[in-house]
Design a protein around this ligand. Structure first.
Ligand code: FUB
Length: 318
């Protein structure tokens, strides 16, 4: 969508009659690739805007820099945004001064920013990849979490303990699940402690830790279509985007399948939004750089069959 800067992890939202994308802003670095994602050394956010589908993309100024976040030290990873009562909210993960990923919130009056960060991360949050969904009744929910470099495996008891740099190494046990929590009316806090957003198979059994083709890794997203809640996510080391459907935003969600086959590059992270009567998938790949940590956001139409299944996209086919 834009070649001027490197962007990834696109969280798209329609505010008014325009579409805004809240991506990670990738930057060059010599840090080698590793299982922790150390090469993703981003330090600020830029917002993208489209005034019409397939129209030009406007790149906003710096919307938030890590130096202006009192609690954060580095690695401004995949953000999301929301709007309520004249205020825009930017939710973002970053490492704190102890090197633990936490999730912060920053607010502003313009969807392009700038955003002013709260002095502390949101109490009760940890790990990475916040995604905020507002239901048709006005209640908002935050989904978050990511294993390996996202550290979700280190928070199983509600506090950080260094267990592993990947996952729990319990292939026959239920996988680590994404987290979901109701947001407070002011959008700044969790209204209740985060709980597991459980992903189950067709028999109602939680997906297992060893099921790398299907289990949750990172990159949560939620949308509602025809009264059903679609929880979408990345399988990480197997490089698929997958989805599961539930009847409540809190889950459980029944696994359905992959909807994006692996792109060029290690990560795969996305958002799905309906705009101008068309469902759109925003994602990213490394075709312009050939480097895992220098990605570019793309958009493609998304289709559903009569049963509401998402039709699988092969990113290498026209
Ligand atoms: O962009 C940094 C991290 O890589 C994101 O937080 C993950 O979702 C993955 O895309």
């Amino acid at each position: 969508m834009t070649r001027e800067i490197f962007t990834a992890d696109p969280s798209a939202h329609v505010f008014g009659d325009r579409l805004y994308i809240y991506p990670s802003h990738d930057v060059p670095t010599n840090i080698p690739d590793d299982d922790l994602g150390s090469e993703y050394a981003m330090h600020d956010y830029r917002v993208l805007r489209m005034d019409r589908l397939n129209g030009p993309v406007t790149i906003g100024p710096v919307a938030l820099d890590v130096k202006d976040v009192p609690w954060a030290s580095k690695q401004m990873w995949a953000p999301d945004a929301a709007y309520k009562n004249g205020r825009y909210f930017l939710y973002f993960p970053a490492r704190d001064k102890q090197d633990h990923f936490r999730i912060g919130v920053a607010t502003g009056t313009d969807p392009m920013g700038p955003f002013h960060a709260e002095p502390e991360p949101i109490a009760g949050t940890y790990s990475i990849d916040p995604a905020v969904f507002t239901d048709t009744d006005g209640q908002s929910y935050m989904y978050f979490g990511g294993i390996w470099g996202g550290q979700l495996q280190n928070w199983v008891d509600g506090h950080f303990s260094q267990r592993s740099s990947t996952d729990l190494h319990q292939d026959a046990a239920p996988a680590l699940m994404p987290k979901v929590a109701r947001l407070s009316a002011d959008m700044m806090h969790l209204a209740a402690p985060a709980q597991d957003a459980v992903i189950v198979d067709a028999n109602g059994k939680p997906l297992l830790g060893g099921d790398h083709d299907r289990r949750f890794f990172e990159a949560a997203w939620m949308f509602k279509r025809q009264g059903r809640y679609y929880f979408t996510y990345s399988t990480g080391d197997t490089h698929f985007l997958a989805y599961a459907i539930g009847s409540s935003p809190l889950g459980p969600f029944t696994y359905q399948g992959h909807f994006l086959l692996p792109v060029q590059g290690w990560t795969t992270h996305h958002s799905i939004v309906e705009w101008e009567g068309q469902w759109l998938l925003f994602y990213a790949d490394t075709q312009l750089s050939n480097k895992n940590h220098l990605r570019n956001v793309k958009v493609t139409p998304l289709s559903f069959d009569a049963q509401g299944h998402i039709q699988t996209i092969d990113p290498f086919l026209p």
